[in-house]
Design a protein around this ligand. Structure first.
Ligand SMILES: CC(C)(COP(=O)(O)OP(=O)(O)OC[C@H]1O[C@@H](n2cnc3c(N)ncnc32)[C@H](O)[C@@H]1OP(=O)(O)O)[C@@H](O)C(=O)NCCC(=O)NCCS
Length: 203
């Protein structure tokens, strides 16, 4: 039975592996990356560094098998990324690497994101300022772990008085969409590339 524990610094390498192994719309993205850390530098690593109290890790006897990461305040988190997180990565992954080498790898897209993160004043950020990412390896899926991780996070956000939570799910990941609906999210917007899901935490 996997255990869920608050994040510890030593969990970070395992979290990076889980991020890569679930990073292709829920499937293993290892083949898509020359650099195995790039995806997690964007979607996993910065969250526990910015606010370690909003990350939980699921472990079994083989190590980290899943996690949930979040920020309570998306606009403040984006400012923190600009000040503290992106500068080092921009040095390590220069903008020249944001060109498609044409071999099917996706590193260049992530490098482009590091240099030009999509930031916009979304009216949804006021009622739903928190956002999350959740990933669980196949051996831990379908056994209620995702629900437990979401409930752990929403409990902590409610305790902090955060009014709402949002997230994005790609159109290539219908399983995740079904999961979010099952655990209480509402599909707020649907576009070609995916959906924005919201959860009101005041109820
Ligand atoms: C999506 C993910 C987090 C779900 O976690 P999980 O532990 O497998 O889900 P759970 O077992 O906790 O399921 C919770 C609920 O969602 C429902 N659900 C999960 N997958 C579903 C599916 N494919 N279709 C319909 N319902 C589904 C379950 O039936 C369950 O409902 P119930 O509690 O009312 O019975 C997990 O499968 C995962 O990490 N996948 C790979 C990475 C990924 O896609 N992350 C999301 C990126 S946006």
């Amino acid at each position: 039975m996997p255990t869920i524990r608050p994040y510890d610094l030593a969990d970070l390498p395992g979290m990076y592996r889980v991020c890569l192994q679930t990073g292709d719309s829920g499937r293993d993205a290892t083949r898509l990356y020359r650099d195995p850390d790039l995806l997690a530098h964007i979607y996993a690593g910065p969250y526990p560094v910015a606010d370690p109290g909003l990350t939980w890790v699921a472990r079994d006897d083989q190590g980290v098998l899943g996690y949930i990461v979040a920020t309570a305040d998306t606009p403040a988190f984006e400012r923190w990324l600009e000040d503290a997180w992106w500068p080092g990565l921009r040095e390590r992954y220069p903008a020249e690497l944001a060109a498609d080498p044409g071999d099917g790898t996706e590193d260049w897209r992530r490098v482009a994101h590091i240099h030009r993160p999509r930031r916009f004043a979304d009216p949804l950020h006021e009622p739903y300022p928190a956002h999350l990412h959740i990933d669980i390896l196949p051996r831990g899926q379908g056994a209620g772990l995702g629900r437990r991780l979401v409930e752990t996070l929403t409990g902590a956000l409610r305790a902090r008085g955060v009014p709402g939570l949002h997230l994005g799910v790609g159109s290539g990941n219908p399983r995740a969409l079904a999961f979010y609906l099952a655990v209480g999210f509402h599909e707020e917007r649907r576009g070609e590339r995916g959906s924005t899901m919201t959860m009101d935490l005041r109820t």
